[in-house]
Structure formats: C-alpha cells, structure tokens
Design a protein around this ligand. Structure first.
Ligand code: NAD
Length: 493
C-alpha cells in the first residue's frame, strides 16, 4: 500500500503572504494583493501582497543600503558569509516536509519528488556555493619588472532575480546562492503563480541571521514588479529564468536603463536521440521520464524523441503503453505520476498547440485532450507521431505532457534535424557505441548533452543554453562570473 501522508501535507498553513523587505514582512505600499491558486483544485490558496514600482524601489533601496560601503555585509569575512549560507541550508533541511507540501500545493509538482529531489538540490546548491565564498580569487598578471598587476573579482552590488513557476524553489536557489556567495545583495521576484515557498524561505533568511536588506522577496506581476526591477537604475544585474518573450523584454529594459548585466535561462525543444543498440526497456523509460516529468513543464525536457528506424515501431508501441500506465491524480499522493498543469492559461496553450498538430497532420496515439472530470488543470499524457520537422508543434515549446516521436535513419541526418531548432538548451543520446555518442555530443548545439541518462544535474556542473535558449550559466564555477566583475589593479613599483 502507498504511504499515507499526514493532513498537514495536504493543507500546509500559509504563514507568509506579504513582501519581504529589509528582513520585515510588509504589505504593498498601495495595499493591493493578488490571488494565488492551487493548480490541483483551481481554488484560491490565499491572497499575497502585490509589489509594484514603489515596492520595488523600497526593496532596491534596502538592498543598496545593505551593500553600502562599510556595511556589515560588505565588510563581512567570506568565511562568515559561508556560515550564513550553510545555516540557511540547515534550516531548509529542518523544514523540508513543510516546504515540500507548500511547493506542491502552489505549483502542482509531485510532493515526493520535491521532498527527495528539489529540496536536496536546493541544499546542495547552497552548500556548494558556500564553499566558494573564500575561494573565488583573482590572479597575478605578468607585466614588467616595474609593475605589479593583479585582478580582483568584485560583486556586482544589487542584483535582481526573476524566476518562473515550474520548479520555483530550485531556480530561486540557483540565483540566490551564487549571488550571495560572491558578496552581492538580492531582490528576488518569484512568479506570481507560485510565490509561496520563496516567501517562506525569506523567513528562514531572517532566522539564519542575514543582515537586513541582503535578501528581499517581492512577489508581483511581471509587467509591474518584474518590469520595474529590470528598469531600475540601481540594479546592476538581472538573473532571469523564464520564457524567451520575457527574456527579450528584460534585455530591452536593461539596455534602455543602465545597461545592467543580464543572464537569461530560457526555453528549449531538446532532442533525445535513441539508437537501435540500446536496452529498449531502459530507453523507453528514460524517454518517458524526459518528457513527462513535472507534467512536461521542464525547460530542458526531451520534447523531440528521435528513434532509429530499426526499433521505431516497437518503441512507439511501448511508449504509448507506458504513457497510458501512469496514474493521474493529486500530486501529493505517492502513486500519482501525472499531475496538473500550473494554470488554465498553460493548459489552454497546450491544447491549442495539440490542435495545431492535429490540423497539420500529426497522429495522436493516446491522450490529446484535457481531463474534464477533475478539478484543476489536467491534460492527458499524449503521444504524437507522423510529425514533420517544420510543423508548429515541432518548432515551439509545448511545455506539457506531450511526447513527440520522430523516425531517423543515420547519424548525420539526426544531427542536422536535432539542430534544426531555434533553441539549444539540452540534448540526449542513448547508445552503447561511444563513437556515436561522442559524435552526437560534439555536434549538437546545446548547453547540456546527456549520454545514456537524462536530467542528471549537479551544482558542480554548469547549466544554460546555446542559441535562443539563453545567455550565461547557472551553477558551477561558471556562475560565479555571472555575479562578479573583474577589476585589474596595476601598481608602479
Ligand atoms: P515567463 O517568462 O512568463 O515568466 C517568468 C518570470 O518573468 C515571472 O516571474 C514573471 O512574472 C516575469 N515576467 C513576466 N513578464 C515580465 C516583464 N515584462 N519584465 C520582467 N519580468 C517579467 O515564464 P513562465 O511562464 O513563468 O515560465 C515558463 C518558461 O520558462 C518556459 O518557456 C520555460 O522553458 C522557461 N524555463 C526555462 C528554464 C531554464 O533554466 N532555461 C527553467 C524553467 C523555465
């Protein structure tokens, strides 16, 4: 029998609903709020304070003060900064059940996956970057006998983080941890669809003892709080994860304001290439996981499954069976495999793209519609074949539980087709032939290539996109460069 969860998991108490500025929870200046609903039921969870320009100004001012010359944070020994980050990780660990239940209710993600996977990733990310606090140093530069020259890695100062709803906590920490480790201060704007865990984490920031203003969390709408943050003259960097449309707007806002630095983690249409020499059971399961995890709402999902012609028919038949096997239901139940989409807007977007696929000649082998007998925003797990590379569904990110299976003949053909996309976030190849795997790995235009695995991630490895999938990298030593500027000091001897 599947484990039964205590009622607290189903109905976590909502402790924080206001903006977090200067280590205080405060209402929006004009007193307005917005509704946060659960995708599981479509019902309101609570109202949350709605940050607008005046609140962004207040949060940025608090951050700027925390970063002012001589401030506690600015003068803190890097080893002490590391202690704060590790303390925050300890508190996340302590409250992991509560945080997982809040996240599941807010974004509809599988509770056990959050508990076992997401929370662990958040903790590991904090601890990994805590380790960098006293290790990211500059270099001495060869010059001539009359000069001594060296570089320093200095913080950017006030940084903004604008984050999406699909894995809210993980992405929040992917920004927060390197930002603070390198000595910056942060104003974070979580998605208006899923602000609750970021607000709870804000309370832990205070409990961990971070000085006021070092971390500020201001939920609100993109066109209000997000836009104001992106245009703010005292913000020196925006770290963004979300759609390409918004990423472009943020880049324009940065260009039109103070030319702040921007890093963008955007969408993908990632190829997953399966050769005929694989263990079929394993490859089918991995291809299934690659697209159906988090109900298809993963930026690096394996959304184009390319299967070698020798195994194509069998692969398709068994993939359909696998898609139909998974239990659909409440993501807080252990056995649930397919949960809801995050919102009605997302559900309707997926259904619209599915219709375009049907209109352009794709075959729906299973699923293909919504689930009307459930509350919440459910879409049936769907498998599409008879796809052409130039169809809308082959080009656009569906961000839903839709597996698209394509047939290929040889390596050069599949490389060309894999790269025939505006995106370049991730790719995967399944084969036992190391030469084929290396040829694919070297030739695909993607920031991440998985060989015989999918979604394997670690804070030690960079994550980010080629082409329209973004600019810059989250995680790893590479992320340190996103939050620091290089100063060269030249001394005449
Ligand atoms: P979105 O772009 O609509 O929203 C992301 C964030 O941007 C939200 O906080 C939103 O309020 C804010 N925003 C919206 N308009 C803004 C504006 N004009 N100025 C400033 N901020 C604004 O994206 P979403 O729908 O929340 O997320 C889904 C998208 O994110 C997908 O395309 C997905 O592929 C992508 N994504 C990418 C990654 C990655 O690491 N590459 C990870 C997760 C999601």
């Amino acid at each position: 029998m599947a484990p039964q969860f205590p009622p607290a998991i189903l109905n976590p108490e909502i402790k924080y609903r206001q903006l977090f500025i200067n280590n205080q929870f405060v209402p929006a200046k004009d007193g307005t709020t917005f509704s946060v609903e659960s995708p599981i039921t479509g019902e309101e969870i609570c109202q949350v304070s709605r940050a607008k320009k005046a609140d962004v100004d207040a949060a940025v001012a608090a951050a700027k003060k925390a970063y002012s010359p001589g401030s506690e944070w600015r003068t803190m020994n890097p080893k002490t900064r590391a202690l704060y980050l590790n303390k925050l990780a300890d508190l996340i660990d302590r409250d992991r059940h509560y945080i997982a239940s809040l996240e599941s209710l807010d974004c509809g993600r599988h509770y056990v996956t959050i508990l076992a996977g997401d929370i662990q990733m958040c903790i590991e990310t904090l601890r990994y970057f805590a380790g960098w606090c006293d290790k990211d140093h500059g270099k001495t530069i060869p010059y001539d006998k009359d000069h001594f020259c060296f570089t320093r890695h200095e913080p950017m100062g006030v940084c903004g983080a604008i984050t999406p709803w699909n894995v809210p906590m993980i992405i929040f920490f992917w920004k927060l941890a390197p930002c603070l480790a390198t000595g910056n201060v942060l104003v974070a704007k979580p998605s208006e669809l899923t602000p609750l865990t970021a607000l709870y984490v804000a309370s832990l920031v205070k409990e961990a003892g971070f000085p006021p203003g070092v971390v500020n969390v201001i939920p609100g709408y993109g066109m209000e709080a997000g836009e104001a943050l992106s245009r703010h003259m005292d913000v020196n960097k925006i770290a963004f994860t979300g759609s390409g449309v918004t990423g472009r707007k943020i880049q324009i806002a940065a260009a039109e304001s103070n030319l702040k630095r921007v890093s963008l983690e955007l969408g993908g249409k990632s190829p997953n290439i399966i050769f005929s020499d694989v263990n079929l059971d394993y490859a089918i399961q991995m291809a299934h996981t690659a697209i159906f995890s988090n109900n298809g709402q993963v930026c690096c999902a394996g959304s184009r499954t390319f299967v070698h012609e020798d195994i194509y028919d069998e692969f398709v038949k068994r993939s359909v069976k696998r898609a139909q096997e998974g239990q659909m239901g409440d993501p807080r139940e252990f056995a649930t495999e397919h949960g809801p989409q995050v919102s009605k807007v997302q559900k309707d977007k997926i259904l619209g793209l599915l219709q375009s696929g049907k209109d352009q000649g794709a075959t729906v082998l299973c699923g293909g519609g919504s689930v009307e007998d459930r509350k919440g925003y459910y879409v049936q797990p769907t498998v599409l074949t008879n796809l052409k590379d130039d169809m809308t569904v082959s080009k656009e990110e569906i961000f839903g539980p839709v597996q698209q299976i394509y047939k290929f003949k040889d390596v050069s053909e599949v490389i060309e087709r894999a790269n025939n996309t505006a995106y370049g976030l991730a790719a995967a190849v399944f084969t036992n032939d190391i030469n084929k795997a290396m040829e694919i790995a070297n030739s695909v235009e993607a920031g991440t290539v998985w060989v015989n695995c999918f979604f394997d991630m670690n804070p030690t490895a960079p994550f980010g996109g080629y082409k329209a999938s973004g600019i810059g990298r989250d995680l790893s030593e590479y992320a340190l460069r996103e939050y620091t500027q290089v100063k060269v000091v030249t001394i005449k001897l």
